[in-house]
Design a protein. Structure first.
Length: 180
């Protein structure tokens, strides 16, 4: 693998009756944001060949909103990604992504943000990039890592509500849990 994209699912409804948390669908805003994130990734040449997606409805719908931007991606629903720890996400990547060059993981917080933090700390990321990830990882956010022999390096952090190019350029609103 040379690139890893961590994609937090888009905004979902707060509660549903039957089915519980696993069956929470996306809100209309979530569909718009997910599609914008997919278009942005594609415009940056960040096209995954493998999509690892949590089995929840909101993550599957998030993938559905971006799948047409990545026609070459193979989809794998991974049960262990539902409310996964960073270690669970890392394990799924290791299990399913051996042959993939670019992997996208569509899953949940806090696991994705924690993994992004772990990767940023372990690799060649700058302090301001680590701080940007630590400040918030709102719905529809993607963190793109170049996974090289020197260790993972955060290349880009994107949220469609504030489409800025590099983590260093982004201002995050801690109280709102996302970009300003």
């Amino acid at each position: 693998m040379r690139r890893l994209i961590l994609f937090r699912h888009a905004k979902a409804v707060g509660r549903v009756g039957a089915g519980g948390d696993l069956e929470r669908p996306l809100e209309p805003r979530g569909r718009v944001d997910a599609a914008a994130t997919g278009r942005w990734l594609a415009s940056q040449g960040l096209s995954p060949d493998l999509a690892l997606v949590s089995p929840s409805l909101r993550t599957r719908e998030t993938w559905d909103c971006v799948a047409e931007d990545f026609p070459g991606a193979r989809l794998q629903i991974v049960e262990e990604l539902y409310n996964a720890t960073p270690e669970d996400v890392d394990s799924a990547i290791g299990q399913w992504g051996r042959e993939a060059s670019v992997i996208i993981v569509v899953a949940h917080n806090p696991g994705l943000q924690e993994l992004a933090m772990d990767l940023a700390h372990a690799g060649a990321s700058r302090a301001e990039e680590v701080e940007a990830v630590a400040a918030g990882f709102p719905t529809s956010t993607v963190a793109v890592f170049d996974v090289s022999q020197e260790g993972p390096r955060l290349e880009r952090l994107f949220n469609p509500r504030r489409p800025l190019e590099t983590p260093a350029d982004q201002a995050w609103d801690d109280e709102a849990g996302g970009p300003t």
